[in-house]
Write a protein that binds this ligand. Sequence first.
Ligand SMILES: Nc1ncnc2c1ncn2[C@@H]1O[C@H](COP(=O)(O)OP(=O)(O)O)[C@@H](O)[C@H]1O
Ligand SMILES: [Mg+2]
Length: 265
Amino acid sequence: MSELLDPFITVENVVFRRERRLIYDGISAHVPRGKITAIVGPSGAGKTTLLRLIGGQLIPGSGDIKVDGLVVNQLKRKQLFELRKRMGVLFQSGALFGELSVFDNVAFPLRVHTELDDDLIRLVVLMKLEAVGLRGAFDLMPYELSGGMQRRVALARAIALDPEMIMYDEPFVGQDPIGLGVLLALVKRLNQALDLTSIVVSHDLKETLSIADHVIMMANRVVAFEGTPQAMRGSEDRLVQQFLNGSPDGPVSFHYSAPPLLEVV
Ligand SMILES: Nc1ncnc2c1ncn2[C@@H]1O[C@H](COP(=O)(O)OP(=O)(O)O)[C@@H](O)[C@H]1O
Ligand SMILES: [Mg+2]
């Protein structure tokens, strides 16, 4: 598999703690270039944390995160700033600026990070809005848009600087089935049209796997599975099966880790 020889991102033996709680116990994984990678796993497994490590907002206790050959956890501030311009992010909470129009929301990163004049900014903004099917909505305010449309504007803003990769954290939350279908198709279409490397964290498992080329499943502080969606469905691993089938009992524990009850009462 040539993609394995040329990953866009590699995670190598990463150990990560929050205060004294161990979040990752030495995880390794990779994100193939130009593909859609799904990061799945139970709530609290550390999916968002992984995105923040890739973006350099968090630093691992040990191990390395490499993005396009750069060791993110060793970059100087300025290099990290440059690298972040190459990464688009769409966080669940990544709301639009409510007091700015759709146009100005998408223009925002261009005004901050580039020297483009107004005519060029206008052209780029309208192209990005066209890509998400909302060119006609350029002069609306965020409150005039449906939730799904707001997310598409946020996506246009995330691709404004022509990133090489894009990370989506729970992009489908709160969408009705039609809105979800539109966003799924859009993630796939943009990945191809813009030649992006895409990472999608989502608990809409079936839908996300339907567009993913590669899956990383996090659970119990480790990478429980990595491979194609097809291989995941065929896996006989109990943890993977528990997760795919949504069963409450299995290797993924129901309890958040805590000392035995008798020690605390
Ligand atoms: N700011 C924080 N401070 C302390 N613990 C955190 C913080 N953010 C997340 N955690 C913990 O890290 C673990 C992983 O969180 P997260 O990456 O958000 O999980 P996921 O995105 O898979 O639901 C969780 O157990 C969570 O409680
Ligand atoms: Mg999360």
